[in-house]
Design a protein around this ligand. Sequence first.
Ligand code: UDX
Length: 475
Amino acid sequence: MSAPETTISEMPFSLEDSNDESVFLSKVAGRALRIAVLGLGHVGLPTALGFAEMGWEVLGADNDLAKVLRLTSGDPGFYEAGVEELLRKHLQTGLFKPVEDLGAAIRSASIVFICVGTPQHENGEADLSQVESVARTIAQNLNGYKLIVEKSTVPAVTAKWIQRTIHRYASGGNGKSSSGSHAVAFDVASNPEFLQEGSAVDNVFHPDRVVCGVESERASRILTAMYGPLQRPIITTDLNTAELTKHASNSFLAMKISFINMVADICEAIGADVTKVAQGIGMDPRIGSAFFQAGIGFGGYCLPKDLRAFIHLADSYGVDFSLLKEIEAINQRRVEVLIKKVRQALWVLRDKVIGVLGLAFKPGTDDIREAPSLRVIRALLDEGARLQLYDPKAMPNVQRILPAEEGRIRYCQTPYEAARAAQALLVLTEWNEFRDLDLHRIRELMEVPVIVDGRNVFAPEQVHRAGFEYLSVGR
Ligand code: UDX
């Protein structure tokens, strides 16, 4: 495998000009500067394509050559509505160019977004080695003023570390600070992303708010000029505050979900309906109705990870934020709550044929990272059930970690195939296509008509009318 033929021309304007703030700002206003986006995953790629769509010339850099080659051929490598179209469009316009050479991309760009991965250690602490590594690469390739924007989700004080790391290594690796008379100027900003998978492209163009953590007027002015055309509220803060806003935002969303899931358990215990309770409380504007869908808990790459990182951060500063730990514990218990329902319907699970609809951690994506469905599936397999799985997008990803196995795991082409001869049908992701299923046909196909709906996709009357025993969440 060899790197694609990509020539990256030099920075479109001189070092002297780049250090002149008014010249720099006039170039920003005219989108006459190049942006480099480092890391082309679920955050980096939509971000890069979003800027290309706004008319910027964007170099998308990733040191995974296979990924760069795939992107160059027009394949995003994951499913996200609108991304493939934008990718193909801007490969054509030339406004987006995937490259493997991070150093070259940094040298030829004036604004650099850090979107590399921040996986997690066992203890919940973020692994920042990729961030540190790109900070050093940036330092070694500073050839004029650059604005370095951290977009990856990172623990508070990471931007300060990026700043310190660039200062330390910008002198060419001799360990001396670059803050002397020959120092190349740069600013570090924190601009956390709030993209939701499944609507990432829309979120890029219509963010609820843009948070800009800065330490200089210049950085603030550049970011304001870049995001101004979106005509969305811009909140300017210091670096730590911007980073903390992201932790707090995702943890609050997680709290709403865990809260409503516990309300669901109480509803079941006393015979109330959680969907109505959610409606009743959500209409209070102080509370809001979003993130009140009870179910099998939150998954995905961000909510669980950011919550654990926040727990770790609070612990490491000696702050007793035990509420966060409870949010996490409630979420962990959701899978067991669902398995109990399956047992309640089927008694013994060994050798039972169970259809499973929905594997992605949420609809609109093929992402299965920390998907609650996987924990449900593993628990059912441990009890000896035989599974027939279906998901409109995520099956190839699940197949890679749980290959088909005769008499144990079968992947199906349609939801109806997953229901055939099954003794229960589980709904684990609320894809819209499940709402339109022909329940009478499903009833005919199944051996025992039981639906366990972990996402409250169906209206109970509708399912009962079709002749099913129906267990859902909190109603
Ligand atoms: C999240 C944040 O929403 C986003 O702002 C941040 O940038 C990245 O993390 P995402 O990971 O795409 O986005 O998923 P999100 O839509 O937040 O859903 C997370 C999980 O919560 C999913 O498993 C979803 O099924 C679950 N969920 C969500 C519920 O169980 N109930 C709800 O009411 C909402």
